[in-house]
Design a protein around this ligand. Sequence first.
Ligand SMILES: Cc1cc2nc3c(=O)[nH]c(=O)nc-3n(C[C@H](O)[C@H](O)[C@H](O)COP(=O)(O)OP(=O)(O)OC[C@H]3O[C@@H](n4cnc5c(N)ncnc54)[C@H](O)[C@@H]3O)c2cc1C
Length: 461
Amino acid sequence: MQVKQDRTDGRGATRPSVVRSSRHRIVVVGGGFGGLFATRRLRRARVDVTLVDRSANHVFQPMLYQCAAGIVAPATIAPPLRGLFGRDRNVRVLLAEVHGFDLDDRIVHARSPSGDELALPYDSLILATGMQTSYFGHDEFARYAPGMKSIQDALTVGSRVFGAFEVAETTADPAERRAWLTFAVVGAGPTGVELAGQIRQAATSTLRHEFRRIDPTLCRVLLFDGGKEPLATFGDHLSGRAARTLESMGVELHMGTMVTGVDDRGLDVRSGDGAVTRHEARTVVWTAGVAGSPLGRLLADAAGAKTDRAGRVEVLPDCTLPGRPEVFVIGDLMSLDRLPGVAEVAMQSGMHAARTIRHRLEGRPTHPFRYVDMGSMAYVGRGRAIVDFRGLKLSGFFGWVMWLAVHMTFLTGFSNRFAALMSWSLAMMGTRRQRIFTAADVGCPGERPDAVAGPGSSPGP
Ligand SMILES: Cc1cc2nc3c(=O)[nH]c(=O)nc-3n(C[C@H](O)[C@H](O)[C@H](O)COP(=O)(O)OP(=O)(O)OC[C@H]3O[C@@H](n4cnc5c(N)ncnc54)[C@H](O)[C@@H]3O)c2cc1C
């Protein structure tokens, strides 16, 4: 875009107008997989990018459970966004919470950590604020059953899991001790399965020799899900393999069940025949549901667009909003062709949005978003993973090798890859060093009068 600008000299005389080129301004909201890949694709372009996130870090969410399980350090899976774009002069990173849009004047409204209001003008907008934990209308569960969406969530879960063993060690009452050594994971998707497997693995390898009064290997890990098998989206064959691996590790599968109540002592679960069973479990983790970031609905309302039942914004085939070609919604928050909420969709839609903007500026033709399915995978435990890659179905050790290769590829930064490899090697030998908590972090927040918990995940990194 060309703009004319008048300049005055020191005596107030107007100098001849100069023509200065003002570059296309792009605001990217959210530095998760979608926002990160969009911004990367724009860093060499003749545009100015403002990447705004309420977290200072890009979080590699697929490895959050490893942070909770004491394997990897938070820094390994959450590099600072500012560091990732430090050398890219056309990218400005802002730590702020976005809370509104003025689509006619093309301004994003955000609030800085100090409370200052920021108005961020744009020529193109990319919204990539993902999903948050959903308790299916039971937001009161959040107080007792943390989700797993942020680093803060992972640290909370880690403190509660490892803290439960500490309390059990000092508890005289056998029933109480049993309850502290019972862990309930709600949701048997990849996160629930990975976490359940890791709790058993930590107990049977890392913790087994560390306690004097309790036997950590006797801990119970209960996995609840409404479906008929864990990791149902992988199909019967791989789900069956995952179920057998989990059971061999000592995870108790409660499929076809619905959690009807959660409190600071445990949870109530309804089975298929309608019977409700009470489980005393001092640690409950919720990995069962997600809902769109509230910004999705805000944007859709402002643009007259629709959201689906989960709060994802319905977009046109090129990932833009109807009637607003300059506004893209990508990643988990985008509702398009029933694409799944996975990292690959976020990365590819981010690159698509960046490419579309560049092509428009260069006067080249643009295309609808075409997703290339790269398959899916989940780590089950003990060096075993399941992988579904374009019809190639792997499980066990070979699945794990592929899982390892893919995670090494997508983890951001050489030092993080090296640190993750070291941490995984140590974990294989039973060493989990990332267990950092105090007595105040242990137990259900519902028992602590100072604790405030709400639905969704914490806004921290
Ligand atoms: C525990 C877990 C395990 C997973 N495992 C896998 C896996 O094994 N394989 C796989 O493919 N996918 C996995 N996923 C899904 C994958 O992580 C997501 O699909 C992907 O992160 C979506 O990217 P995104 O950019 O759309 O959103 P996100 O990565 O969620 O990023 C959203 C960003 O927006 C920011 N934000 C939100 N609201 C605001 C606001 N108001 N103002 C400013 N910033 C805001 C957030 O801080 C965040 O940085 C997993 C997800 C989780 C939670």
